[in-house]
Ligand binder design. Structure first.
Ligand code: PGA
Length: 239
């Protein structure tokens, strides 16, 4: 794992945006794997600025998002579909975007379909990840095994609590989601994980140096051949 420690969230966001822009410059038809959550928002803002200055062009890019709540109305402001449009897609020229369908009546069929779409795309060139306080990547929650493919998942109590900040009431947080699995994520040639703030210090330490166990899903990243972790001072303080 390559670890890049930076001073603060602003520098982290700039560094992440630079790496994504460099990927797109090197391969204009890149397949990007994207993430939601508060951590990547600064990188998206920076990429929007770069796009407006003509420093990056997403015209050939296809994007696959990691996960989506289920059930959720796509047009509702709690969906990840809405989040990605608001925070990124509406402001840049990404050619094709895919997010698991939170409105799918048959979630099992949607999981199968999404997995197939990722594979048929030829595989993700650069996958962006955040990390949950419980060590989740995407919505691969702590479990007794590593789920391989895109799957339907019951969200962990700790994830529901952590995500309640985006909802009026904790009881409004959807209880389920569709997420890429570990094999889906590992199909990415390169992975870049971002973490900011003291609250992430413990899970970053465990991810980098702890036991590889499905109880801490992020620990499996120790086995991927090309992972870059960008942490700010607070998130990296135990490394
Ligand atoms: P956060 O979420 O960026 O909002 O901390 C990360 C995650 O849950 O993967």
């Amino acid at each position: 794992m390559k670890i890049i420690k930076v001073e603060n969230y602003e520098t982290l966001s700039k560094k992440a945006a630079e790496i994504i822009a460099a990927q797109v410059a090197e391969k204009p038809a890149s397949i990007l794997g994207l993430a939601t959550g508060s951590t990547p928002v600064g990188a998206y803002q920076e990429l929007i600025r770069m796009y407006k200055r003509g420093e990056v062009d997403f015209a050939g890019v296809t994007a696959f998002n990691l996960d989506e709540y289920h059930p959720v109305k796509k047009s509702g402001d709690q969906s990840y579909d809405y989040f990605m449009k608001e925070k990124f897609f509406n402001h840049v020229n990404v050619a094709k975007t895919f997010i698991p369908n939170g409105e799918a009546a048959d979630h099992a069929a949607e999981c199968e379909n999404y997995e197939k779409l990722v594979y048929e795309s030829g595989g993700i060139d650069l996958q962006l990840l955040g990390i949950g306080n419980n060590g989740h990547i995407g919505f691969n929650e702590p479990a007794d095994h590593f789920p391989a493919a895109t799957h339907y998942v019951a969200l962990d109590e700790s994830t529901i609590k952590a995500n309640a900040r985006f909802f009026e009431n904790e009881s409004d947080v959807p209880k389920n989601a569709i997420t890429m699995g570990i094999r889906t994520i590992f199909k990415a040639k390169k992975i870049m994980l971002l973490a900011s703030g003291a609250g992430k210090a413990e899970c970053i330490k465990e991810m980098v140096g702890g036991k590889i166990t499905p109880k801490n899903p992020s620990s499996i990243l120790q086995l991927h051949p090309d992972v870059t972790i960008i942490v700010d001072k607070d998130a990296g303080r135990l490394l």
